[in-house]
Design a protein around this ligand. Sequence first.
Ligand code: GTP
Length: 363
Amino acid sequence: MSEAILLVGGKGTRLHPLCTYTPKPLLLVAGVPLLTHQLARAAAAGVTRVVFATSYLAELFEREYGDGSGLGLELVYVTETEPLGTGGAIRNAARHLTCAPGEPVLVFNGDILGGLDIAALRDGHRASGADVTLHLTRVADPRAYGLVTTDAHGRVEAFLEKPERPEDIVTDQINAGCYVFTRSVIDGIPEGRVVSVERETFPGLLETGAHVRGVVDRTYWLDLGTPSAFVTGSADLVRGHVDSPALPGPPGDALVLPGARVDPLAVLSAGTTVCEGAVVDAGAVIEGSVVLPGAHIHGTALVRRSVVGRDAVVGEGTSVVDAVIGDHAHVGPHNELPAGVRLDCGVRLPERAVRVSAPTYAF
Ligand code: GTP
């Protein structure tokens, strides 16, 4: 028996408007929910029981996974009436753990795509006798993350949350959002209030002299919390740059899910996914993008590094670059949306309403 807690209660505001009707961990990445990739990897690493810490759109998780038998896992759902933050959520979920105080418990953020050897992290934690082990990764630009410095033995020295001044960027090691806690440490987190594990629990443990380990891992890692990371992660899965037992087909340049209709004269590339029920007409060009279920891309449209929401429409000759088109939005023909635009769910743009050269347009 090996237990895990999955943190899936966040609102996913940075992905707006993608999480209006779907929580971030259930967004389709390479055709299946992001969380399914994580759960498949956890099951392959010997995890047998997972407690979901839910809050935002909580009921959708149980609807998706039920009791977990389809994944070979036992799943338990715990819902916070008010979001408790990462630490509060872990504490709240721990009421449903069954393991003994000395046993290791894996904790995952629900928005990470990665190739980490989860079993090795857990087994290393057990062998080291640490209180907490953190998965760390190295990134080129660490400013948007929580930095973690370690000594020569991998013992964590300090946590620095999202440093702004250049002199505070003392390492490129960041908190990768996967932890192993010795269960008794979770039981020590205050109950019934908001707690940030990154800002409160971990620094507090260091102050009390607890053994906090950091394991730097160089396998693939991406936080899919922003639109550009989201399309990159999906495309990397499709092209086989990161392994997932849940990928619904062989790796390749594009993934077309059963039930999608793609005209042979459409051009799909750079790891594009076209989901079930979506339609792509002749002459459309789609590069490195995610076309969600029921969306319709009309002929000669260009969609590049973008997400097209459920049942959304991109009209003929329209170009959409680095954009997020919300569910049920309708972009009429011959529009040139400004790069980076986010169209809210259900918005309707008529034909030729937007030219890139028209800077007065507000969305
Ligand atoms: P943004 O709003 O875009 O920052 O995304 P987010 O709400 O998901 O926040 P963030 O990426 O910082 O969260 C990291 C992980 O913790 C994600 O898997 C979230 O689902 C989860 N999480 C964040 N806050 C809470 C909370 O209050 N309760 C629970 N259960 N999970 C949370």
